[in-house]
Design a protein around this ligand. Sequence first.
Ligand code: HAX
Length: 423
Amino acid sequence: MSSLKEKLAQQIPGLREEIKALVKEYGDRVISEVTVKQAYGGMRGVKGMVCDTSVVEPDKGLIIRGIPILELTEKLPEEILFLLLTGDLPTEEELKSLQQDLSSRAEVPGYVWDVLAAMPKDSHPMAMLDTGILVMQRESVFAARYSEMAKTEYWDAALEDALNILGRITGLAAGVYRMRYEKGSRIPPEPSLDWGANYVHMLGLEETDETYSMMRLYLVLHSDHEGGNVSANTCHTVGSALSDAYYAVSAGLNGLAGPLHGLANQECLGFVLKVIERFGGVPTEKQLTDMCWELLNSGQVIPGYGHAVLRVVDPRFTAFHNFGKKHCADDDTFKTVDLLFQVAPKVLKEHGKAKNPWPNVDAGSGALLYHYGLKEFPYYTVLFSVSRAMGMLSQLIINRALGTAITRPKSVSTAWIKQQVGA
Ligand code: HAX
């Protein structure tokens, strides 16, 4: 048994007891109420689900298992996976065991490539990634064991699926990149490299310590963002029907592919490049301000700015911004992103609509990827997905361990609401 599985096997019975006792004693206490505005407004702020891997505080940002994300920027993504699942950072031995486990599961089956090769050449890389994950569903350990296993074993089968998906996802994602952008044949994984560095290797980017560090940082920062966002919530809902991890994660990632969610990084870099092209380089503050207004006046959003929960600068943006200032401060793309950080909040405040005028994670990531040679920005949400799969899968395993019920909120009709409020 791997040390991760061993640790979970020790923790899970206690967790189950804790939740059972909590619900038994306090099950009828009220923790939230819902207004008409919330019912029509994407349930914003309604507390109706539980996520123990991370929380997002409006004034602090992402906190993973009690540790603010800015204190985790030097960690490896594999360490974050261990932390998400167990609540503890791994010891050196535990880390090594997890890395070996992931590495032993890295081979992507040949039929996945056949399916992807049959897709139209202009398919979005996210459609290719999600298809690649979904087509592997036939290998689900959870689905195979379902009819014979006890409920108490669900988490174990879900963990097997999760590790298989995570072991393969970097190779799959790198293969999507090389296939979609005609970069030549796939590059096999290099087992001596850690998860993030290996991804750089398989993508075929220039392999330097700096590129490795940028990728590790990218994979750490995007790993989780509590449970209510579109991708996590979708993965949770699909998984709650006991659909296996392949179904649940590909569904969640389909949500990440939306421009108001993970696709914002593609949109943001697209905007930045358009600015640079129009002005033949880094614009002046006035030029960029005018372009932001142009966007808003044409009914579009400034991508990478605003957030459903956050009300401060996203610390993940700060981490990317710090990395950029250290390693590529003279790059035109980074300079424009930096200038946008000065301009966009002022414009959004004056515009007066967005509750949060500050940058989110998607405002800062693209410039770094672009600088390190990953220029095909429609691919960026795939990188986001590789990382976010860690959070979604960790949440799924914990839900399987706790026996979380099938999701089924009550919807009501407009007629019912009108009657209820006497409208
Ligand atoms: N530019 C222009 N208008 C914005 C805006 C922005 N960046 N952010 C919010 N607004 C507008 C909203 O469109 C909304 O307008 P309407 O009343 O006309 O519908 C109004 O301000 C109030 O919105 P809000 O309450 O502040 O924000 P929401 O919780 O409704 O939406 C979003 C949050 C992230 C979707 C929103 O801020 C947005 O569209 N941002 C740009 C896209 C983006 O960066 N998305 C990535 C978010 C992070 C993420 O999930 N990454 O994966």
